[in-house]
Design a protein around this ligand. Sequence first.
Ligand SMILES: Nc1ncnc2c1ncn2[C@@H]1O[C@H](COP(=O)(O)OP(=O)(O)OP(=O)(O)O)[C@@H](O)[C@H]1O
Ligand SMILES: [Mg+2]
Length: 597
Amino acid sequence: MRLLCKFLAVLLPATLIGAALVLVLIRRAVEAVVVGGVERNAVVLARAAALDAAAGMASRQEVKVLPHLQALTQVKAALYAAALDTEGRIIAHTTITEKGKLDEDPLTRDALSAEAPRTWRSLSGPQPKLIVAVPIWAAPDAAGGDAFLLSLGRKRLGTLKLAVPLAPALKTVTDILHAVAMIVAVVAVLTLGLVVIILRGMLAPIQDLMSGLKRIGAGQYGMAVRADSRDELGDLARSFNAMSGELARTTVSKDYFESVVDNMYDLLVVSDAEGRIRTVNHAAAEALGDGDLIGRPLVDIFEAPPESGVVRDAEVVLRTKDGGRMTALFSASPLLDRDGRPRGRIGVAKDITERKRAEKALLAAKLAAESSAKELEAFSYSVAHDLRAPLRAVDGFSQILLDKYAGRLDEAGRDYLRRVREASGKMSGLIDDLLDLSRITRGPLKLATVDLSALAREIGEELRKAEPRRAVDFSVATGLTARGDAGLLRIAIGNLLGNSWKYTSRHARARIEFGARPLEGRTAYFVRDDGAGFDMAFVGRLFQPFTRLHATADFEGTGIGLALVERVIARHGGRVRCEGEVERGAVFYFTLWEDEP
Ligand SMILES: Nc1ncnc2c1ncn2[C@@H]1O[C@H](COP(=O)(O)OP(=O)(O)OP(=O)(O)O)[C@@H](O)[C@H]1O
Ligand SMILES: [Mg+2]
């Protein structure tokens, strides 16, 4: 609206001045027409009267002149008419009292010598009047002819002066002017009204834009104004809408990025070229100190500042706001401007305090477990070792008893003795197994590349030699090699193949397979058979020493084989898994060096 007021403030005086000017010009024109008409008319009549009065003037006889003057005033409703001699003395006057006087009026005196008619306005007296002065020439000899042409070379007798009232003419002018003023006023008001309507229409889009700008100022990004006109204002509105949309998009993405940065779990710190902290995210503010972080030197937050420039996962200790310490993995890189000049540095720190604590606790637990396992191993080894001597004594003396005193014993006694020997033999086997188990975990690994395929084939041949009659389809994948301790791997693969050989023995035909396949992204070696299998419900017990799922009557064994396999594979950084189904076979997988890429 203010723009409209400004327009009106300019337009209104301009209209008034224009109207006044128009009125002045019109007044002049009307006056020229109306008064000019009166003037021309008066001159014509005065000339005619001058011709008529010429004879009287020649004889200077008032009585001959006055009737013409009176006739003239009647025709023209003139104020007065007078005939002056060449000196300006009044010969005849319609106002009798004026006769004989000398006309002192300077304009009249000028007219006395002028050959052409003179007119002027006189405002003296009660009403304005037009004075006309025409020369009176001596009457021509011949009658008729043009008075002007006839006057040439003729004698001047005097001047006829006629005073015509101007009031009626001026009233006509004023009346016309009033009418014109009314028309001008109406036209001006209509024009102004029209201009206001047009201006309002033109200013509406500008007002739209202004309110749009105010709303954007108040944070309503993305709002649009009407932009349907095809003119420059329409273009402006369209540009405004485009700008508003762009603003909304950039603002949204700014908000989006701010929320991403603020929702980061890791600490984000940005410093300027002087190494002072400029921006921190929520996590950094929480951990290192709220508002007071901004402006502080970046190095202040570190116990020992990391290197400058690019840093990748450097382990650092940060000073937390509560005076504590935070172990973190810190990565940083320089922030460059568009021209590649350094503007600062952006750093991200990942809190690993808990992880470190857990690692330490794990290490301690592992060391404790290892030491107690070692103690246990040492204990069981020494027990097993120490048991051997008395066991040998029991076995030896039982044998002596059988050899030397068999005759003194009855059959039952001899049977008991045989059982003692059997039991001690079994116990000796168990002791050997225990010692094997201990040995596997104790000695250092002799690492080399081992041809697993060849190893499996050798074991297969040994098994077949021991029981050549069995119909076993033994298949070994070629070219399987691995880094490991050949002796230990032989124990592991030997036990797995031995089990397959054993647990397929009750089937007329059997198939045993050694191979490798990818499993969970790694190479898993496997031993598969189609023998007795086992119930998956008991799979967890398979690897416990001396635990068996099958009865000795069905399949002989002590239950130490898989425990050995597990330990061997564990020492090779791998794991053993198995699947089985009763009477449909079993498959044992093992991996090696899982921690290595
Ligand atoms: N290939 C297999 N098929 C079916 N069951 C198996 C197989 N391998 C192992 N088992 C089951 O797992 C148990 C433990 O096996 P492990 O090799 O440790 O002992 P074992 O073979 O019984 O005796 P050992 O190997 O000490 O002579 C076995 O008793 C058997 O029940
Ligand atoms: Mg076994």
